[in-house]
Write a protein that binds this ligand. Sequence first.
Ligand code: C2E
Ligand code: MG
Ligand code: MG
Length: 544
Amino acid sequence: MILTIAKSLLGDNVKILKSEASKKAYQGVLIAVAAIIIATFMVSYFNTGAVSLSGIMAAQKNNVALWVLDCIPFVFGFWGQYSSTMIAYQAGAMIFDQTQELRSKADSLEKKFDYDSTHDSLTDLPNRALFYDRVEQAIFLADAQNQLMSILLIEIENFKDVYDTLGRSSGDLVLKQISSRLKGVSQERDAIAKIDSNIFGFILTNIVNIAIGERLAQAIQQVMEPPFLISHLKVSVHPNIGIVNFPDHGDDVDTLVQRAGVALHMAQKSSKGYCIYEPAFDKYSPKRLTLISELRNAINRDQLELFYQAKVSIQTGKLLGAEALVRWNHLTQGTVSPDEFIPMAEHTRTIKQVTLWVLQRAFRNCADWHKQGLDIKVSVNLSSKDLHDPELPDLIAGVAASALIKPEWIMLEITEGSIMNDPESALEIINQLHGMGYQFLIDDFGTGYSSLGYLSKMPLTELKIDKSFVMDMMSNKNNALMVKTIINLAHNLGLQATAEGVESEEIMAKLKGYGCDMAQGYFLNKPLSVSDFTEWMGHFELQN
Ligand code: C2E
Ligand code: MG
Ligand code: MG
């Protein structure tokens, strides 16, 4: 199809260039004919003393030089036609070549983008999204061919210690070496994926009996046993491995990966270091397992709800914004806290649906408040997984367009952990959204492991001090010092400081003394439903 279009384009180009070149050839013919007429008139005049018909005919009959001149228009005509055709074809072919080159460059860029969004940039292994796709395909094939399949989740238990002790670059080197040792265990390169900062996934297809999964787990333990040599230091890692089998333990991706997670959890406690899933394990986490499958339905059945908590300027007392905090109104268990279901959702793909739902609601609420003349900035919490989803900027742009909100009305809250996991890819998405006009703050600041280097690289507006430091800063001197230090750090980086967990007037006064910019906490208001919060804003505006 593309070739046919290219051929017809080439044909059109040739026609245009050929007609241009032919025009020049016709002009040449006309000049040559004019030259013949003038030369014939001159010969007739020199021979007879006048320009007469008999003189012209005699000149044409007897003058050899005029015969040569008479041939010139034919030479011009033929040469003009020939060369115009050649030039036109050469030029057309050049355009065609360049178009092909551009097209192949665009193709390879597109391929690189596809590759980057499905692979871990550090280890070059398939990432979480691709792993889920591959498991889905493997289930489909195993089901169609009546075969068995196993999934192994391998967690490097002490990776955080390695990372904290040796630093980021050495930690990355360990991860690279772990991934090459894992590649050595598998014959199929595509079977391995890096699905979290310290978790790898393994798909074992075409197996004849389920004991093979266990043998692979032992082989992985063996290859991980020799210490890794990093800057003359010997570093040992401790892998835990959870195993599930298809079809025995589930017939869809989410259930299988979830149950592999449960087996992994049990492996941490076992002396063997690996564990095959058993339904009996569910009794250790029954609520968790049922909640995960119910959460997907809860989103579709609108059982989630957004609550809002105010953010107030400490220096002026003015209401500046509100943070959207999601709640799950569970039919039998009452309100489930986000601290309980968000980490769970992050272990499955459900987090993407939760984030989308929250964005849609929060943007719509924000648009409504602005329509009512309330100029407030709505904060939305993003999960660590969201920042590694290349589709996030488009998703947010789409939601914003349909809610008719401006990016400057929104603040996106991210945590230190979500960036440090894979800083480069997170930074790319953050920069893209910042370019679209969205602002970012770091939430729960002080509890994670931010590198100051990355902090200064990020397009941030604000640091939000974790409530664990703020809540008891009146009685705990260390925490008070921590709060003061973070406020100074924020100001030195050109950012604003917000304190969350402000529960009393005394804390508010102390924060004012420290020069803190904004406060959020039960002293101002507890998170409220949309209608209660709208009413609360009305009273608050009247009082201030
Ligand atoms: P966060 O973003 O740091 O939100 C602040 C949490 O502190 C909220 O808990 C809030 O209710 C609570 N809080 C605020 N002021 C006070 C106070 O004065 N004292 C005390 N003791 N607590 C206070 P919540 O609503 O349970 O949310 C917990 C966490 O769940 C949030 O922490 C956030 O990390 C996550 N979360 C909430 N909604 C979402 C969401 O829509 N998406 C994502 N990805 N995460 C969310
Ligand atoms: Mg928050
Ligand atoms: Mg927080």
